[in-house]
Design a binder for this molecule. Sequence first.
Ligand code: NAD
Length: 294
Amino acid sequence: MIRRLAVLGVGLIGGSVALALKQAGAVRQVIGYGRDRANLDAARSLGIVDEIADSPEQAVAGADGVLLAMPVGAMAETFVRIAPHLAADALLTDAGSTKQDVIAAARRGLGEQVGRFVPGHPIAGAEKSGALAARADLYAGRNVILTPLPENAAATVAAVADLWRACGARLMEMTAAEHDRVFAAVSHLPHLAAFALVDELASRPQAGLYFRLAGSGFRDFTRIAASSPEMWRDIALANREALAAELDAYVSRLSRLRDALMAGDGQTLFDTFIRASKARGNWAPAGTHLENDE
Ligand code: NAD
């Protein structure tokens, strides 16, 4: 049981952790800190947080659980600010979508206290943002990946795993480097591709006509282009090398398809489509509801 949980960044992800832990009876009190006062007021009136802090320092003072759930680009400064104010028994985790950059920031900001920080990433989310989008069941049956540090005691990792388990999640562990490589391919690249396609069409003089006529294929391919621009800017920059490698591989695939198209090479198109269609048909998304996967 957590006595006092500080949620830094009370949006979809942080708000859903607070709601899930409250529903499970695994937290007594939640204190929220964020940048947007109207969002925090909404979080309090919805019962997501019980108190609002004026600063991250104030939020973590006396907290025995701390969750960083703001865009990853804002985490470095937060680690520096909270480090001198953490309680001796405080458990510290994050929900950031990239891990190597967050870990580097934690090492710089927390110094010798880094062992109490267990990095995490819930593979659950949506294209919606803010406390109003938070749901108690967001993590039910979903994977949460922990990328523990050599400095973490086994009991600290187990305590953070228990916290996510209380939210209904299943736990996995991997290295931060492997995490960032895999998510560049299966999450960060698809978001870039969706943002690029929508931006391309929106920039055309006849954009209105295109969007009026677009159907379910366009809807499914581009759903994630409605995601938070700030969050995705931070993720892309944080994982730029792995993402650039995935972009190169994708562009080269597209370019091979273009060559086949121009050569009237239907066999290459068909072979590619059949391989992809089989692989996609065999794929079962992790967790229960595909719609809300990150
Ligand atoms: P969100 O926009 O719903 O919430 C983020 C909140 O952080 C906002 O309320 C914002 O005001 C606040 N914030 C911004 N800068 C801050 C700062 N410096 N200090 C404190 N608060 C600040 O976004 P989200 O979807 O909840 O994402 C939060 C984190 O979770 C991000 O790191 C993201 O990469 C990660 N994540 C998102 C998803 C997803 O699908 N949305 C899934 C897994 C992980």
